[in-house]
Design a protein around this ligand. Structure first.
Ligand SMILES: C[S@@+](CC[C@H](N)C(=O)[O-])C[C@H]1O[C@@H](n2cnc3c(N)ncnc32)[C@H](O)[C@@H]1O
Ligand SMILES: [Zn+2]
Length: 268
């Protein structure tokens, strides 16, 4: 079930200055503190601050990776998004033990991600992704960036990253944003797909895949840098998070899915 506008207004904040910013359905929003404006799209608001590109020189390359991602989500959604009934998504959903209000960062453009399969009674889902807003979804979505979450501090019971953490320009500031919006006893659920460097290339690639361009500095046509389990462990530590549960689901000799449940450490 979607959040109604008064529920939305209890959690939303200007992604630029973080002041509370009441939204009105179907209308552009303006922050009364910093005067930034956020247009209404066909189905939600575009809450990406206008200064988003100032934080890094890597955004143009990210735009190319995103454009490549969009092609893969259209041409082959089953292999590039969590859509439909997938056992690994159900496993991740069960692993996360969702309850209360759940934020999915990099939720994808699909109407209902497969990893929303389970949760305690009354669990509600919210998603952010720069690709949403043009089509109807079955839960509350905002067009936004993980680097600039449009929410007040501590409003979510769970924040989740399902195969999205290796799509950011730099995952650390995004994890710190997740930490900020996660409640005191909340948890961050993380799913990282590890693929070893010596994974054999498929004998045949589809035509659409061969057309994708790898931007300079990127590891492949979808990622700046794929995360290994060791990279993930280091990032978690640097973000001041502690692992409360971890599962490894081996796909084959080259690929494994790592699931983490994380909590904020009191030291940071
Ligand atoms: C592999 S897809 C995973 C989508 C979804 N979580 C799922 O499991 O199906 C990676 C997603 O990360 C999103 N993404 C990339 N950069 C982002 C950013 N800076 N902020 C939020 N989402 C981002 C992409 O738009 C894409 O939808
Ligand atoms: Zn503002």
């Amino acid at each position: 079930m979607k959040l109604n506008i008064s529920e939305i207004n209890k959690i939303i904040a200007c992604p630029g200055c973080r002041a509370p910013m009441p939204l009105i359905e179907s209308q552009d929003a303006v922050c009364s503190l910093c005067q930034s404006s956020y247009p209404w799209l066909a189905h939600t608001w575009n809450l990406i601050p206008s200064s988003w590109k100032e934080s890094s020189d890597l955004w143009p390359a990210w735009e190319q990776l995103q454009a490549n991602g969009v092609v893969s989500y259209r041409k082959d959604p089953q292999n590039n998004l969590n859509v439909g009934k997938r056992q690994v998504s159900i496993d991740f959903s069960n692993f996360c033990r969702f309850d209360g209000l759940v934020l999915d960062v990099g939720c994808g453009p699909q109407a209902w991600p497969s990893h929303f399969a389970s949760g305690a009674e009354g669990t509600r889902f919210v998603g952010v992704d720069p690709l949403v807003g043009g089509s109807e979804a079955d839960y509350t979505q905002f067009c936004a960036l993980g680097e600039y979450l449009p929410f007040r501090d501590g409003v979510f019971d769970h924040v989740v990253f399902a195969t999205s953490l290796d799509h950011f320009v730099d995952p650390l500031p995004v994890l710190l944003e997740a930490r900020r919006v996660c409640g005191e006893n909340g948890e961050i659920g993380l799913w990282v797909g590890e693929k070893s460097a010596n994974t054999p290339k498929p004998a045949n690639s589809p035509e659409w895949y061969s057309q994708l361009k790898k931007p300079e500095g990127a590891e492949d046509v979808f990622h700046f840098k794929r995360l290994s389990a060791a990279d993930s462990d280091r990032l978690i530590d640097r973000a001041g998070l502690r692992i409360v549960a971890r599962e490894v689901h081996e796909v084959d000799q080259y690929r494994s899915n790592y699931f983490y449940r994380l909590q904020v450490t009191s030291a940071t």
